[in-house]
Ligand binder design. Sequence first.
Ligand code: PLP
Length: 506
Amino acid sequence: MNCAERLVAIFGSQAEVARHFRIDRALVSNWVKSGYVPSRWAMEVEHATDGRILATEVLNEANARKPIRLKSRGEEDSLFGPSLAGSDTMNQFAPAKRIQSFHPPQRTLMGPGPSEINPRVMAAMSLPAIGYLDPIFVEMMEELKGLLRYTYQTRNPLTFPVSGPGSVGMEYCFVNMVAPGDKVIVCRNGVFGGRMIENVERCGGVPVVVEDTWGEPVDPQKLEDALEAHPDARVVAFVHAETSTGVQSDAKTLVEIAHRHDTLTIVDAVTSLAGTPVLVDEWKIDAIYSGSQKCLSCTPGLSPVSFSERVVDYVKSRKDKIHSWFMDMNLLLGYWGATTRTYHHTAPTNSLYALHEALLILKEEGIENSWARHQRHRLALKAGLEAMGLKYLVKEGAQLPQMNAVHIPEAIREREAEVRKTLLTEFNLEIGAGLGPLAGKIWRIGIMGYSCKPENVMVCLSALGSVLSDMGLPIHVGEAEAAAHGAYAQLHAKAAQQKKRVQAAA
Ligand SMILES: Cc1ncc(COP(=O)(O)O)c(C=O)c1O
């Protein structure tokens, strides 16, 4: 009997062997079929059988069936001597499954983020690693800060990317600006306002929640009323672009109201930045954070933030110890501040190259052109979706260009996950599901950053239309596509007229 057969005999069945080794039964069956146990299981086999099958028996048998290929250089030539006993091949923690390099498919990303990434950004990310205090890297950091100021439309000196996703940027603002006992008014009209409340509570603050219906913008009057009822409030926080519903709130008005009541403001611009105007200086926003993976179309994991001098002065003057070491602005200033570059944490250098490139692409396009592009493709997408009979959750005027939430037709609500799955598996297209109370009721279709292009709009209409039509809905894909083309044609005509007017005036 070979070792595989002996194992089955000892444990009673292939299934028992599989259970014992915590592996798939198919793998054991494969051992039996091929007549040997692969050598990397040798130690495990000896151990599991209390030495009834020795590791050397497994190794000899495996080697006879599948000889180890000789390296061009013998072990004795190795600078470090022979490899250590118990190295990877025999290590008990080595995964049972044979693991190969990961090759993700190329998807069309039209969900709530991440968006697709420009190949220039991917190329930048794969450039050689250098130290985070290397003078060349430090030069790049200054450019990065400048590009971020442009993106946020601000002169705030303290504008930089926090290492971590948008949630870290959110937490960074709250941890630094909310001391225990501080009253914070949080406007909630979706998932992410809820996360702000969590942050206030975890900082020991007292949240006062201004509720608005999901899908509607924050009501300025409600904020005004809350501030009048709570004159001791220190901070007002709200989400500019609620990704969970696709609604945009009037950030300028909300900040104005907050300032009239002498509070600081924290604004979530994770989804809005670069997709729709975010004018930090003009709107006098005190603290703002965003994410790298939405309309900036960079790899996820960085959160650009910007703080007014008023916030920096406040944080510097805090007498209590900020309860997160990593997030303490006073400490991080040593790395990202204006004058010094000292070690705080190991900055994610290659991701920062990527953000530099993504922001450079944005600068080359022009931020106003980026806002206009998102608006243009939204009009075409909307024309197509409405031609299919899909209705928007948010009323016109408050709709975000980059995040389109549509009601799922009643007739197929039960099968909504199947629609998304078919889009993914058959069309390589990702769209987003609803969250919280809107789960199963809406789809969220994102056109963010590099994903915001005509071919994506058309692929989405054609794929979604055909899946819905296959499910029996009375949808004509051609009509949806024609509606989108019609919208593009109108926009082109308008642009041509505008150009003529400008030329005539010159
Ligand atoms: C509005 C908003 N805020 C915060 C976040 C959290 O960002 P991240 O997922 O990058 O941590 C998201 C993520 O989608 C978001 O849409």
